[in-house]
Design a protein around this ligand. Sequence first.
Ligand code: ATP
Length: 318
Amino acid sequence: MNEGEAPYEDAGFNGDAHLDCGDMSRSRPLKMLVSAVLSDKRPDEVPQLLESMLGKLVDEFENRLKSQNELVKAALKNGTDSTKCFSKSKVLVEATPNFSERKDLKANLQTTRAGMEFIQMKYSEDLNILGRHLFSLAHAASGYHKVLEENRKLYNQVQDLKGSIRVYCRIRPFLPGQVSSSTVGCIDDGNITIITPSKSGKDGRKSFSFNKVFGPSSTQDEVFLDTQPLIRSVLDGYNVCIFAYGQTGSGKTFTMSGPKNMTEQTQGVNYRALGDLFNLAEKRKGTFVYDIAVQMIEIYNEQVRDLLISDGLNKRYP
Ligand SMILES: Nc1ncnc2c1ncn2[C@@H]1O[C@H](COP(=O)(O)OP(=O)(O)OP(=O)(O)O)[C@@H](O)[C@H]1O
């Protein structure tokens, strides 16, 4: 796994992860329905939502069962009354041609009753299955949320262990026609030695330590990859600040934004960081909703200026 890739991206939510009921054809429309309902919900809303859905379903089934029971009772009552009348005036009724119809009616009522009892039984079976599905889903949803939380903590702990303040050094190559009095002696991961030929002894050879040193041939991508995991912590609510420091012409703008004629390869940290954050936010949109705002200011000669205001007069902060 890429260091920068948040591990919790892999903990993808699969709605049937904990379903133990074998009848998949029955659960498919249910899963689609549940996914559709849950797609725009935040993880912390999911268990509560499922619980309320389940509650509504139980109420609905109970109401239906109740009304069917009442129907059956009413139908049976009518049938019994007819039978009583029939016995009181037996001779008369036997003489009428409606006798066989009443018999049929009684038989029909009994069949209907048996049918209703069967439907009632099926309903309670379905209700049980549905209940199990919904509880499994609620359980899976809350488990998924816990895993996400855990992974997020671990991810940010790793960032902390790597150091919450990191200092990188980047050597820019000599520009065409540039002559320098000092040269880079050696670069050893986090250490750099600068040699100044005009000086002798200790003064001619100085070593500096950083979290990492990027040599003159390092690419924009290599520089960005080292800061990427830190940048991603922003999406977990951490504050991250990256700034470039150095003398004029040392390559701050090049590293942070890119050269004048920029291509995708030469984009600097700013563009790459924003691209990465937008991509991640898009990937996680089913789980998290992020509000993104941007502000651009310049601090120059102790004056703070808003660079996104087009009206030049109001650029300056009070
Ligand atoms: N890593 C690099 N590879 C190639 N060219 C570079 C690199 N870093 C800087 N340069 C070039 O060096 C020149 C100066 O760089 P840049 O403008 O980024 O410096 P700066 O520190 O922002 O300067 P200033 O403080 O004056 O704004 C530019 O022409 C830039 O394209």
